[in-house]
Design a protein. Structure first.
Length: 92
């Protein structure tokens, strides 16, 4: 908001409110960012790099399945972490 957006009457009203005081208990803290995935606290971020062709194919598949990349990657990491990720034959 620019100073020019307020009329003198607005400044008077705000000054009157400030002189009366504010109850901090009535203030609401605005949360920024996305909500936690775990129901509280923060969700750790995991970053990685892939080749351009893998990234392009992954984005295309996620879009075809109606998912975001975050959703697709969370599913993959959950399967890996729970031990249910499929393994290629002959690999440990």
């Amino acid at each position: 908001m620019k100073r020019d957006d307020l009329a003198d009457a607005d400044y008077e009203r705000l000054a009157d409110l400030a002189e009366k005081g504010f109850d901090p208990a009535t203030f609401r803290r605005e949360r920024r960012g996305r909500p936690s995935l775990g129901g509280g606290g923060t969700s750790p971020r995991i970053a990685t790099r892939v080749s351009p062709s893998v990234g392009q194919r992954a984005r295309a598949r996620a879009a075809a399945e109606g998912k975001t990349m975050s959703q697709a990657l969370r599913e993959l990491i959950e399967r890996y972490a729970s031990g249910t990720a499929s393994r290629r034959p002959g690999r440990r």
